[in-house]
Design a protein around this ligand. Structure first.
Ligand code: PLP
Length: 406
């Protein structure tokens, strides 16, 4: 009865989206800015006449807004097409500059695929990559990382917040270690922006990467922060844009949207407490429904919106498909790796077996998540688990699942 009523509410009006770490919807303020920009600021920002200058003004205003949101200076911000590009640009530029004088990068095994696969490529070019192990919640031990830095090391690469677990690293301490040893540091801050306050100067990082679509901005626009004196070479050859580092006419409407999204970060941060309450509520209720559930996300030093949950004995694609058929969107981990159909490298790095990793889902909350929506999710989950338990000793062929697997 209750479930049917809730289903009517959520299925027909809109689905329950719990995958905000994959991407976010474009908020109204950003939409407004982008529409205005498309209408009025379509000029080429490099053109010297009025219509070009108008576009250039929007470009620089957005740069200032992005910079302000992370306490950087505007000329330390370079716009890119996405955070994947930012990570590629930093890692490849630095490798080109340091190799063969220095060859080593220290990274972690839980980085995003845009770091992991770029490093894999760089290894084929002679760069040596060593991963600092993480504990069962994904935390790097700074003293272990410190012991791995040697004369051959030119870069430490460690994300601020992990996309699958929500784990927030002690980047300030890691930066200090890198600095003391004369090594540069890159931090992928994509999943931290809008979830925790970011002050790049206080963190002490030399480079950082950001993406607009994780903070209710548009897709296809990212940023690269490079501290004013940190080395950086041209990474897209072409025009003189972005201080000569990245050729190509800037996507003004996307950049303007990114700027506006950054202006909303204060509001997002204010929602943190509310989000923690929702996360605690959800975790508590899931545990009540399914006591065997394992929470992989850390209790302290984690972002407020992310929960990684393992359901022993239940395949995550089965669970996700059941939730999807009820209008609920969750994921098994990073959207960028979801096509690979392999156990998550993050979950394996924290010690989960392949089997348990494939029994794990990630839920990530956003501004539209409410207790009412979570109640619906819990009701659907409870019904499914009860039905599953009562039919567990009767083996059944699941044709739907077979379709999904193909
Ligand atoms: N880094 C992290 C931690 C991410 O979660 C993502 C996106 O999922 C990226 C980098 C890549 O961002 P983009 O989609 O802008 O390339």
């Amino acid at each position: 009865m209750i479930l049917n009523r809730l289903k009517r509410v959520f299925r027909h009006r809109s689905s329950v989206y719990l995958d905000y770490n994959a991407t976010t919807n474009i908020c109204k303020e950003v939409q407004k800015t982008m529409k205005r920009s498309m209408k009025h600021h379509w000029g080429n920002p490099s053109s010297g006449y009025r219509i070009g200058k108008k576009a250039n003004k929007v470009l620089e205003q957005a740069r200032t807004r992005v910079a302000k949101s992370i306490n950087a200076r505007p000329h330390e911000i370079y716009f890119t097409s996405c955070a994947t590009e930012s990570n590629n640009a930093i890692l490849k530029s630095l490798s080109l500059q340091f190799y063969p004088k220095k060859k080593k990068i220290i990274s972690t095994p839980i980085e995003h695929s845009s770091i992991i696969y770029t490093l894999e490529y760089l290894e084929t070019q002679g760069i040596v990559v060593e991963n600092c192990p993480v504990d069962s919640y994904g935390f790097v031990q700074p003293e272990v990382l410190s012991s791995m830095i040697d004369e051959d090391t030119f870069l430490v690469c460690c994300m601020l917040a992990n996309n699958e677990l929500g784990t927030v690293q002690n980047i300030k301490e890691i930066s200090k270690i890198a600095k003391d040893k004369g090594v540069l540091i890159l931090s992928d801050c994509v999943q931290a922006l809008g979830k925790i306050p970011i002050d790049v100067r206080d963190l002490g990082v030399d480079y950082a990467s950001f993406s607009a679509h994780k903070i209710y901005g548009p897709k296809g626009i990212g940023a690269l922060y490079a501290r004013i004196t940190a080395p950086m070479i041209q990474f897209i050859h072409g025009g003189h844009q972005e201080e000569g580092l990245r050729g190509g006419t800037e996507s003004i409407h996307n950049i303007a949207g990114f700027g506006t999204a950054c202006q909303q970060i204060g509001i997002l941060i204010q929602k943190t407490e509310e989000m923690v309450e929702l996360k605690d509520y959800f975790e508590r209720e899931v545990k009540a429904i399914y006591p065997d559930v394992v929470i992989n996300s850390p209790v302290v030093n984690g972002v407020s919106n992310t929960l990684s949950l393992s359901f022993p004995g239940i395949q995550n694609n089965e669970l996700m498909m059941m939730l999807d058929s009820n209008g609920i969107a969750v994921s098994s981990g990073s959207a960028c790796s979801s096509q690979e159909n392999k156990p998550s490298h993050v979950l394996k790095a924290i010690g989960l077996s392949d089997d348990v990793a494939q029994q794990t889902i990630r839920v990530s909350f956003g501004v539209d998540t409410t207790k009412k929506k979570l109640k619906y999710v819990l009701t659907v989950l409870e019904k499914y688990l009860k039905e599953r338990a009562s039919s567990s000793d009767v083996p059944q062929r699941n044709f739907e699942m077979e379709k999904f697997a193909r």
